[in-house]
Design a protein around this ligand. Structure first.
Ligand code: F6P
Length: 347
């Protein structure tokens, strides 16, 4: 770069629900951009809100140090969707404002770290002429076009640890323990933690369950002198309005079996705290890959991991889709053979 040339300016924002590993991704983008390519890095506050309100700061190397191991996001996040139609006639044209601010901030590229909703917004921004790169993150692991998102591995550890702890208290009291885990409309976290935690019943949004089959399976376990049972429920299963999945399943089991049943709703604990080593590595690899694309002036892409390899796909292929658990999932097939009940047929 000649002295009169202005450094390439890369903006980073984090949007949607937070998850462990976001700071590792910010660091991966920032350090690669600064140290390898001599770029300038701008941290945009609170997702797309920061672009609307022009809230940002230059991120130097020092600000990127010491954040690898920390959960949450140093930039803050929001669920702001600038493309959502507002009912008010007085509403501002947010996409137009974002385009204007992108220019005023002197951005040459924008890295959007987020889940499905963020990728959809990022695709619209790319369509509007901005140089956008997406990095997929979420504990739900439901982003289309990548085998895995960072955040999932950390959440899986937390959820599995919680299930492990329920085993001992369930055994002491000879109870059925229902645990509701996050995942939005996808069952990845429930499936993986259900198997890792030795769940006896695992209920997923993707598998149509029958509560009578669940009750029959749990009664059979009691008759066979199994002292307790663990039921892992994804938050996204169909349940009556106003009642959480865990509460609904626990109430139904109690009514149908007469067995003592308790529920635990794990909630936001699942996405808080430090990232696992695997998430730190994945987030770092995604961050570095995003900057490599920017350095090659390749835009409108989301970095991904397919078959163990880091690559990228057009971001407009991602938005609006959901990666759910397939009925042909090999883990489901194996678990069924080992007696795990998914509520759709008797094991
Ligand atoms: O980040 C994904 C997720 O954790 C989902 O599993 C959950 O349904 C949702 O976010 C809830 O987040 P919030 O209350 O922040 O919208």
């Amino acid at each position: 770069m000649s002295p009169e040339e202005k450094p390439y300016r890369v903006g980073i924002l984090t949007a949607g629900g937070d998850c462990p590993g976001i700071n590792a991704a910010i660091r991966g983008v920032g350090k690669t951009a600064i140290l390898e390519y001599g770029m300038e890095v701008i941290g945009i506050s609170s997702g797309f809100l920061g672009l609307i309100n022009q809230e940002y700061d230059i991120l130097d190397e020092n600000q990127l140090s010491g954040i690898l191991t920390i959960g949450g996001t140093i930039l803050g996040t929001s669920r702001e969707n600038p493309f959502k139609k507002s009912a008010s006639l007085l509403s501002i044209d947010k996409p137009k404002l974002i385009k204007k601010h992108y220019k005023e901030m002197g951005l040459d590229a924008l890295v959007c770290i987020g889940g499905n909703g963020t990728m959809r917004t990022a695709a619209h921004l790319a369509e509007a002429g901005m140089n956008v790169i997406g990095i997929p993150k979420t504990i739900d692991n439901d982003v289309w076009g990548t085998d895995i998102t960072f955040g999932f591995d950390s959440a899986l550890s937390i959820t599995t640890d919680a299930i492990d702890r329920l085993h001992t208290t369930a055994n002491s009291h000879k109870r059925i323990m229902v645990i509701e885990v996050m995942g939005h409309h996808a069952g990845w976290l429930a499936l993986y933690s259900g198997i890792a935690g030795g769940g006896d019943v695992v209920l997923l949004p993707e598998v149509k369950f029958n509560i009578d089959i669940v009750a029959k399976c749990l009664k059979k376990r009691a008759i066979n002198k199994k002292p307790y049972s663990i039921v892992v429920v994804a938050e996204g299963i169909p349940c009556p309005k106003g009642e959480s999945a865990g509460r609904f399943i626990a109430r139904s089991i109690k009514d149908k079996t007469g067995l003592e049943t308790r529920e635990t709703i794990l909630g936001y604990i699942q996405r808080g705290g430090d990232p696992s080593p695997m998430d730190r590595i994945l987030a770092t690899r995604f961050g570095a890959a995003a900057v490599e694309l920017i350095a090659k002036r390749k835009f409108g892409l989301m970095v991904n991991l397919i078959g163990g390899k880091i690559n990228s796909i057009p971001i407009d292929q991602v938005g609006g889709k959901l990666r759910t658990v397939g009925m042909d999932n090999s883990l489901i097939k194996k678990a069924r053979k080992m007696g795990v009940c998914f509520g759709d047929c008797e094991p």
